[in-house]
Design a protein around this ligand. Structure first.
Ligand code: FAD
Length: 274
């Protein structure tokens, strides 16, 4: 939609030009910003003009630029050592937009928008990401992904801060993962999204998003029993309610999907050991 209060679109060429003037906001892909009125805004600062590479391989993993689109992330060439890599595409598919949305929506925009059903937040938390944040006064700060989104449309970002990248450690990328997602309708927004991860050292985590107001991370030293996992799921106290699901349904579906994911990873681990 047209944003009729906008009078300027800035295209910064460097970090120094990222300082926001009153009434300005950062623009990622614009798939949300241009989807509803933004009467408080008079200008946008287009982060894609900075030309950040979509992804960069680091010695200790993968760095995803905030401006990487869903389409770019889903198309990342396969690296066999990264057993968790299918999760990147799986999380992209949790956003049921058309190819038009996939080609503009950015990883950073999804995380900073912080909807409960933000699948890039799910991905980042499940793979133990570190969020690199550029502060307006110079230094950068690093935030664990699980701490970044604090509630529905609420993050730890302070005014003027930019999410620069999402850094995934190689150890997490080498983990085995199991992904489950459910929505009330075939093309509906996620009611709950569950990702289990079995690390090389035997550590086991379950990430719950979509069904909760902020990401929930359940951690275990090894694969839990079904009863232990059920107890942990019922210990979550941030079940979310909106048109995409009632809290009791979200809790029940999370319990079911978490157990499915636990069983899948148990079987995979047994097969790998035999
Ligand atoms: C059909 C359709 C389906 C959708 N389904 C979903 C869904 O299932 N789940 C979901 O979460 N969303 C959904 N959305 C909403 C939205 O498209 C996505 O969240 C998308 O990923 C937002 O990314 P963007 O780059 O387009 O963000 P933008 O619209 O550009 O920005 C979103 C917000 O983030 C801020 N921002 C952007 N980048 C940064 C940055 N690097 N640092 C700091 N702030 C930043 C912007 O100022 C703005 O406040 C859907 C939208 C459509 C049209």
């Amino acid at each position: 939609m047209d944003l009729s209060t906008l009078t300027a679109l800035r295209q910064p060429a460097s970090r120094a030009e990222l300082a926001l003037a009153p009434g300005e906001a950062f623009l990622g892909g614009g798939s949300w910003l241009f989807s509803e009125p933004q009467v408080h805004l008079t200008g946008l600062v287009d982060l894609t003009a900075l030309g950040w590479p979509a992804t960069e391989r680091a010695a200790d993993g993968l760095s995803i630029s905030a401006t990487c689109t869903f389409a770019q992330l889903a198309a990342l060439p396969r690296r066999p050592a990264w057993r968790a890599q299918p999760l990147l595409r799986q999380c992209c598919t949790a956003l049921l937009g058309s190819f038009k949305v996939w080609n503009v929506a950015t990883v950073g925009g999804n995380i900073c928008l912080a909807l409960a059903a933000g699948p890039m937040t799910s991905l980042a938390v499940a793979l133990d990401a570190t969020m690199v944040v550029w502060t307006p006064d110079g230094p950068e700060r690093r935030v664990r992904a699980v701490d970044f989104v604090t509630g529905v449309q609420s993050t730890v970002l302070r005014p003027g801060e930019v999410l620069r990248s999402i850094d995934l450690p190689a150890a997490a990328l080498r983990s085995r993962t199991a992904y489950r997602q459910i929505a009330l309708s075939p093309l509906g927004r996620s009611g709950t999204l569950v990702i289990a991860r079995l690390a090389e050292d035997g550590g086991f985590t379950v990430t719950v998003t979509g069904g909760t107001e902020h990401p929930e991370l359940l951690t275990f030293t090894g694969i839990p029993t079904a009863a232990e996992l059920e107890t942990a799921v019922h210990g979550i106290d941030s079940w979310y309610t909106d048109a995409h699901g009632a809290p009791d349904w979200r809790e029940a579906m999370t319990e079911l999907l978490a157990e499915e994911a636990r069983t899948e990873l148990t079987n995979t681990a047994l097969e790998a050991a035999s």
